[in-house]
Design a protein. Structure first.
Length: 288
């Protein structure tokens, strides 16, 4: 009886009440999708505002960038299991400065110009462990593909040349909206730095580290990274002042404690200042 009844009901037309219930269910589903879309759009707007705030902070003092102001030896660098690259003197485990970045991000380049040398200096002095965490921020082409190719190539780079390659990628950053970071260039830049191992070229051409890039991007989301550049000391987001001022970054690291200063290390001659008027015009599209 139960089976026969089920079969007869499958062949009948739905009643008016059933059609009305179905229409209501579909309308409720559309409303939920619309609300979800508004939440996503709102989140993107907040992220875009956060990026603009960072860019303004990078340009607040009106001075020129401090490119290559640190000329000393670098602390050793090593690939970590989560895809990041740690730069620290042996035995230095804290404080930890996490650098969340996208090689296609103009504001990340501005921050690197301002305080990248200070990070290298502090790590060389044994005062901090710097952990570089490149990931893919952008979600639409050509920015997305640029970002993915650069992050993949960086993950392919041997640790002993990684920091120099990191700096080269920023030096060659394509204008926002242009296609760049070609596979040919990414391989050639490695060769210019002395990396001639065919395995590096094969890794770049074959996108062999894309899984690592995807894992880094997922980790950025779980860490609450809502804009780039994003610095965190011992897991706590660093204020915008430290993104622009070498002195403010030094103070933040000192306040975080830890580290083991290396005898004979010296301070660099860089002074605090902004990234110039051009930085104020940098924006990251809400497409990211």
């Amino acid at each position: 009886m139960a089976i026969g009844g089920s079969m007869s009901e499958q062949g009948r037309e739905p009643s008016a009440r059933e059609r009305l219930a179905g229409d209501r269910a579909r309308a409720a589903a559309r409303l939920r999708r619309r609300r979800a879309l508004l939440v996503v759009v709102g989140a993107l707007a907040v992220a875009a505002v956060a990026v603009v705030v960072v860019v303004v902070a990078l340009s607040r003092d009106g001075g020129g960038p401090l490119r290559n102001s640190y000329k000393g030896a670098l602390a050793p660098a090593a690939h970590q299991q989560d895809g990041s690259v740690a730069m620290a003197q042996p035995g230095v485990a804290a404080p930890v400065l996490d650098v969340w970045e996208d090689f296609q991000c103009p504001a990340c380049k501005a921050m690197e110009d301002r305080v990248g040398a200070t990070m290298k200096e502090l790590a060389a002095q044994g005062k901090v462990k710097v952990v570089y965490r490149p990931f893919q921020l952008f979600q639409q082409d050509p920015l997305m593909s640029n970002s993915r190719r650069a992050a993949n190539a960086a993950a392919c780079m041997p640790a002993d040349h990684w920091v120099a390659y990191h700096d080269k990628l920023y030096a060659e950053q394509p204008p926002e909206g242009d296609t760049g970071f070609s596979t040919r260039d990414l391989v050639a830049w490695g060769g210019q730095l002395g990396v001639g191992d065919p395995s590096f070229a094969a890794c770049v051409r074959g996108d062999q580290k894309i899984k690592t890039v995807n894992q880094a991007s997922a980790l950025a989301g779980r860490a609450g990274v809502d804009a780039t550049p994003y610095l965190a000391l011992n897991g706590k987001k660093v204020g915008n002042d430290a993104l622009a001022s070498p002195n403010d970054l030094r103070k933040a690291v000192a306040d975080a404690g830890g580290g083991s200063p290396v005898p004979g290390s010296t301070q660099s001659s860089g002074t605090a200042g902004g990234a110039g008027a051009g930085a104020a015009k940098m924006t990251i599209s809400s497409r990211s």
